[in-house]
Design a protein around this ligand. Structure first.
Ligand code: HEC
Length: 142
């Protein structure tokens, strides 16, 4: 073999090794994906309003008309706020006076993020901010 042939052989070897490595990396990636696919949970939680539910489901909340404060209250807030469970301010009573005095911004922040025993969004995960505010107005008589 002359010098040129040796160099060419080395070059081909390097190329071959490179391809082989590239090939195995490729294989590792696709088998990882296959494993993830195989072990993924059967049921996946989707959150109303984002696109994890698929287009149609995600579009649904937007299509529904906003619920009134009374509807939201009855469906989601009354469980605690009708009777004052866990010292929740009771709807339609003076319990709300010191709360209202804090201003709507504070009430909304607490309603959205939760506040002590008050759960985030008052457990109404599908309620828009406007719907929460309508419920607060309904309960507090604002
Ligand atoms: C699991 C019971 C529970 C449910 C359901 C619930 N709340 Fe509350 N909420 C509370 C409690 C308890 C407090 C009092 C928290 C405190 O002051 O420590 C409270 C307080 C509040 C306050 C006053 C926060 C402040 O800054 O003083 C607002 C506003 C409020 N809730 C809105 C709502 C709305 C709107 C809903 C329904 C969408 C709702 N809550 C559902 C328990 C609940």
């Amino acid at each position: 073999m002359n010098k040129f042939a040796v160099k060419a052989a080395h070059a081909l070897c390097a190329l071959g090794l490179g391809l082989a490595l590239a090939g195995s990396v490729q294989a590792a990636t696709s088998s990882d994906e296959a494993i993830i696919e195989r072990i993924k949970p059967l049921g996946q939680v989707c959150i109303a309003g984002d696109d994890s539910c698929g287009g149609a489901a995600a579009a649904a909340p937007a299509a529904t008309a906003a619920r009134s404060g009374e509807e939201v209250f009855k469906a989601s807030c009354a469980a605690c706020h009708a009777t004052g469970v866990l010292n929740a301010p009771k709807s339609g009573t003076a319990d709300w006076e010191p709360r209202v005095a804090q201003g709507m911004d504070t009430l909304m922040t607490h309603a959205i993020n939760g506040f002590n025993a008050m759960p985030p969004r008052g457990t109404c995960a599908t309620c828009s901010d406007d719907e929460l505010q309508a419920a607060i107005k309904f309960m507090s008589g604002m």
